[in-house]
Write a protein that binds this ligand. Structure first.
Ligand SMILES: Cc1cc2nc3c(=O)[nH]c(=O)nc-3n(C[C@H](O)[C@H](O)[C@H](O)COP(=O)(O)O)c2cc1C
Length: 175
């Protein structure tokens, strides 16, 4: 039985939900899984774990600074163990942008970091207009209008392909 740690960053909690699903799938495949919020435990020790997974959502074009710093700090250990990274964003709702090779945020991110994760994932996130503050809501509605997505200010839309999440969970169990 391998020990997996999933370190994540989230603003509205959707990446956390994806982590919980990954945990369930990996545990069903005989792995032991711990989930850690990078903001709460930026200095978590990765040494005791056999495999390391990092997941982060996109906000205004970027993954969080904490995730970049976490990766920089742990570069050596990340390179020494089986590891995976996944990104959560709403651009990935588009079929032509929902693969690691075709998602612009993931590609840009990989160019910025030195770590080379063995496995990569990208999942479409969630839009939850009633939850957002006024300016964020307006900004996202505008982006959605530009990209032919939902603009109703009451809309709550989950684009996540949970089968793809399950596939990724199996992949990290086997990596
Ligand atoms: C203020 C804000 C900015 C966002 N910016 C982007 C963006 O630039 N590109 C994108 O694809 N998705 C963007 N999103 C969508 C998020 O990536 C999506 O809602 C995701 O599910 C958030 O995950 P989280 O709850 O784990 O933070 C944005 C969402 C919010 C609320």
């Amino acid at each position: 039985m391998a020990n997996i740690i999933i370190v994540y960053s989230t603003t509205d909690g959707h990446t956390r939900r994806i982590c919980e699903q990954l945990k369930q799938v990996a545990e069903n495949h005989g792995q032991r899984v711990v989930i850690t919020f990078v903001d709460d435990e930026p200095n978590v020790d990765l040494e005791p774990y056999d495999k390391i997974v990092i997941g982060a959502s996109i906000r205004y074009g970027k993954h969080s600074q904490q995730v970049h710093e976490f990766i920089d700090r742990n570069q050596k250990i990340l390179e020494s163990k089986p590891s995976a990274f996944f990104s959560v964003n709403v651009v990935a709702r588009k079929p032509e942008k929902n693969q690691p090779e075709t998602n612009p945020y993931l590609q840009k991110f990989l160019q910025k970091i030195d770590w080379k994760p063995i496995k990569l994932g990208v999942f479409a996130g969630k839009i939850d207009y009633p939850r957002y503050g006024f300016w964020d809501r307006q900004a996202i509605r505008f982006i959605m209008w530009m990209t032919k997505g939902p603009t109703d200010p009451q809309a709550v839309v989950e684009f996540t392909d949970w089968d793809a999440v399950d596939d990724f969970g199996r992949m990290i169990a086997e990596m």
